[in-house]
Design a protein. Sequence first.
Length: 222
Amino acid sequence: MPSVTRAVEVKLPEAEFLADLYGIAFDLDIAEELCSKVVDLGKSKPRDFFVEEGLVSAAVIKYGRCFTKGVRMRLGVNDLAGLDPDNITAHEYFIELRNKFVAHSVNAFEETYVTVSAREKGGEIFPITSVGPGQHRIVLSAETAESLKNLVSNMKSVVKRMIDVEEKRLLEFIQTLPLEVIHAGDLHIPRNIQANDVRKPRKRGMHSNKSLQGRRAKTHAP
């Protein structure tokens, strides 16, 4: 009789850490792919700076999600230890870019003001007849994407090492359990998401809002 293999969801508290690492890795994959697309767009003529900025902004948000408080655990300062000084500087820049320019307009990277057309001729000045917008801001483009892509690639290596360690630890723990504990389970069934669910928070795990560093220390404690 042929064997049957099926994917089974691991519904154990010990699996929460790894699940959050998988979520972070997924966000980093998206950020890297978005940056790659922007780099390719930067080689085209004429360049579409609106599209470039939109994709870079999305990449910055995806990267920033890995370090912000929320339902899942987040990367912390200690998780940057594997990066070189240039990447740490880039990380600090992109987190501030996310916090103060992409997500909120609160820094000096963007100025919006009002202009008028002041007309004069032969020493005679004429009444103001119109007002209009003026803006000075940085543009997030392929050049920005190159820098972010390098940072994301290095962070992916850091997270991959963490995943490898945690997969090994979790597998060793699962193998100590009676076979029925896992085999009695089934594949995760996603709930039917409705439009009004946008207002609802995701179910919080017991270790939400904590850094991965703190969770790792707790998980591996003797």
